[in-house]
Design a protein around this ligand. Sequence first.
Ligand SMILES: *[C@@H]1O[C@H](CO)[C@@H](O)[C@H](O)[C@H]1NC(C)=O
Ligand SMILES: *[C@@H]1O[C@H](CO)[C@@H](O)[C@H](O)[C@H]1NC(C)=O
Ligand SMILES: *[C@@H]1O[C@H](CO)[C@@H](O)[C@H](O)[C@H]1NC(C)=O
Ligand SMILES: *[C@@H]1O[C@H](CO)[C@@H](O)[C@H](O)[C@H]1NC(C)=O
Ligand SMILES: *[C@@H]1O[C@H](CO)[C@@H](O)[C@H](O)[C@H]1NC(C)=O
Ligand SMILES: *[C@@H]1O[C@H](CO)[C@@H](O)[C@H](O)[C@H]1NC(C)=O
Ligand SMILES: *[C@@H]1O[C@H](CO)[C@@H](O)[C@H](O)[C@H]1NC(C)=O
Ligand SMILES: *[C@@H]1O[C@H](CO)[C@@H](O)[C@H](O)[C@H]1NC(C)=O
Ligand SMILES: *[C@@H]1O[C@H](CO)[C@@H](O)[C@H](O)[C@H]1NC(C)=O
Length: 544
Amino acid sequence: MFQFIIWVSLCCLWQLAYGMPSAAPEGTVRPHSSSAASPPCSALSIPKPELFGAEIISLSAHAVHNYSIDAGASSTFRAQNYTSLEFCQVNITYTHSGTNDSIHVQVWLPLSGWNHRFMGTGGGGYATGAFDLALAPAINRGYAAASTDGGHVVSVATARSWALASPGNVNQYLLLDFASKSLHDMAVLGKAVTESFYGKAPNYSYWDGCSTGGRQGLMEAQRYPNDYHGILAAAPAINWPKFLPSESWPQVVMNEEHVYPDQCEFDAITAEAVKACDSIDGVKDGIIAATGLCHFDPHSLVGQSFTCNTDGTKRLYSNAAATIVQETWNGPHKNSTTLWYGLNPGTSLSGLAFTNRTVAGISYGVPFPISDDWIQLFVKKDPSFNTTSITASDFASIFHQSYQEYESIMGTDDPDLSAFRNAGGKMITWHGLADQLIFPNGTVDYYQRVMAVDSKVRDYYRLFLAPGVGHCGGGIGPTPDDQLGALIDWVEHGTAPSMLSTTSPPVAGTQTHRPLCVYPLVARWDGIGDSTKGSSYKCSASYT
Ligand SMILES: *[C@@H]1O[C@H](CO)[C@@H](O)[C@H](O)[C@H]1NC(C)=O
Ligand SMILES: *[C@@H]1O[C@H](CO)[C@@H](O)[C@H](O)[C@H]1NC(C)=O
Ligand SMILES: *[C@@H]1O[C@H](CO)[C@@H](O)[C@H](O)[C@H]1NC(C)=O
Ligand SMILES: *[C@@H]1O[C@H](CO)[C@@H](O)[C@H](O)[C@H]1NC(C)=O
Ligand SMILES: *[C@@H]1O[C@H](CO)[C@@H](O)[C@H](O)[C@H]1NC(C)=O
Ligand SMILES: *[C@@H]1O[C@H](CO)[C@@H](O)[C@H](O)[C@H]1NC(C)=O
Ligand SMILES: *[C@@H]1O[C@H](CO)[C@@H](O)[C@H](O)[C@H]1NC(C)=O
Ligand SMILES: *[C@@H]1O[C@H](CO)[C@@H](O)[C@H](O)[C@H]1NC(C)=O
Ligand SMILES: *[C@@H]1O[C@H](CO)[C@@H](O)[C@H](O)[C@H]1NC(C)=O
């Protein structure tokens, strides 16, 4: 039943890499305008754009015909193949003079059926951009679209190749490129190339990204408020200096306990939490929607038996596993002071509390690589720093140092969005409440801080929480059908989305539709209608 629980960390990286475009694959067919002749796709007709502080090293362009991307046979929900794409591919390499960086941007321009819009696309993990994986869906919908490598190798899981100029010294220029600078550059370059190619500027510009791509969208709104008219910033990796080390907390707790329970014990505890809290939201569907009202105590299980879902053996719940799960839900703390949020009960623990056994049967913890790299490379600045040795009290210093050194560069949590508002921008964030990598409460925390600065935030920025949905998708919960369409309606027609319609993957053959309501409202079942249908829900202040 709860197949999403047995994801392993590799799945999660896969999610990071492939969950990047936050826009749902559309039912819309790519527009074809057979009459319009393609403009010439050549470096001769696309002059090198101007970019203050940068030197354009090269610009090349050629037409690409009949391009396709295969989503793979193991088609996850909403995965889509893209075929017969026809576009002008423009590559730009540039450097910020004096910083010795070398940044690569690609702009893809549909040869026919351009929708007069430009789209900046985001990355995942340590990858600044996703290139083909993000550009193909965008041009399939008619956008001129851009992706950037931010000056380093496109690698989601690790920053090892670029983080340090030498042991002890962070490469500050490349970090700044990754954090913010290359994003604005891409908007400037991408729009200029689009205008040169089509002979007219795009009518509207949009950002689309999830995870790191979500953080990048918020960075654009906070720091470059005139770059985009509309921003989709899903499951954003904001509060980076706080949340990223916090992803290592479950491993710190296991190292302190010297116990590395098998995943099947975590899975069983998670299933018990779902059993206990599923109905609080009024619908028994295997999803904990009322996460804040779930107070299940894993220690209540200690000594009872469960069946391990990987080998079918009967086992007893241990005190150590209960402690590790409780700590993962609570989040890191320094004695009794909370440092950051934890995962919601019901969320898969296989991303952050992953464990494994050697062939000889010795169990060990498997740290989440993106967090592990952050501590080693950026906080300790020592590629061979042993993260297994971190104690709970070391953790508090690491957390503090991460915040002190990197908040202004990577935090991306400035609650003052007034410049974006004044520029007329509109922004949508959605975040899965069963996100197994980025704590959804960090996003809620940010949104509340924005509300505290401007109580009318919903005039230009709306948050939607998605029960039962994992990182950028996945899980059994329903995900938005067309959040990009909702954003366009808002930007271009002034229709603010009061809810997002959704569809879940088939669970026992049934797909459910439960609207996502504008935060802080929640979708409450009317108690009468078919609970798999969107029309049976009303946006309400609470579940009870
Ligand atoms: C752009 O760069 C990609 C990746 O290196 C390459 O495959 C492609 O041929 C380049 N296109 C142009 C127009 O230079
Ligand atoms: C386009 O590519 C597909 C394979 O992806 C191939 O089967 C088809 O023949 C190609 N069409 C043309 C016109 O080249
Ligand atoms: C993509 O196409 C391949 C065949 O080339 C097929 O096996 C796969 O199921 C398709 N995936 C999706 C999501 O349609
Ligand atoms: C500039 O960067 C290149 C790699 O891109 C590196 O080989 C070279 O040593 C760097 N030069 C300086 C002065 O840092
Ligand atoms: C873009 O603007 C032009 C006028 O500049 C207008 O004719 C066209 O319909 C607009 N296209 C879209 C997609 O809004
Ligand atoms: C996390 O967010 C949920 C949803 O808004 C809320 O109900 C809950 O109280 C929050 N938890 C914490 C610890 O802030
Ligand atoms: C936190 O607990 C440790 C022992 O685990 C103790 O040494 C330290 O003084 C405590 N710190 C505070 C601020 O209470
Ligand atoms: C778990 O350990 C086994 C060897 O015991 C190894 O084959 C497998 O790749 C490991 N899995 C992960 C996800 O680390
Ligand atoms: C890392 O630290 C742990 C805990 O202190 C220790 O058991 C392990 O041997 C260390 N690993 C290395 C490579 O030093």
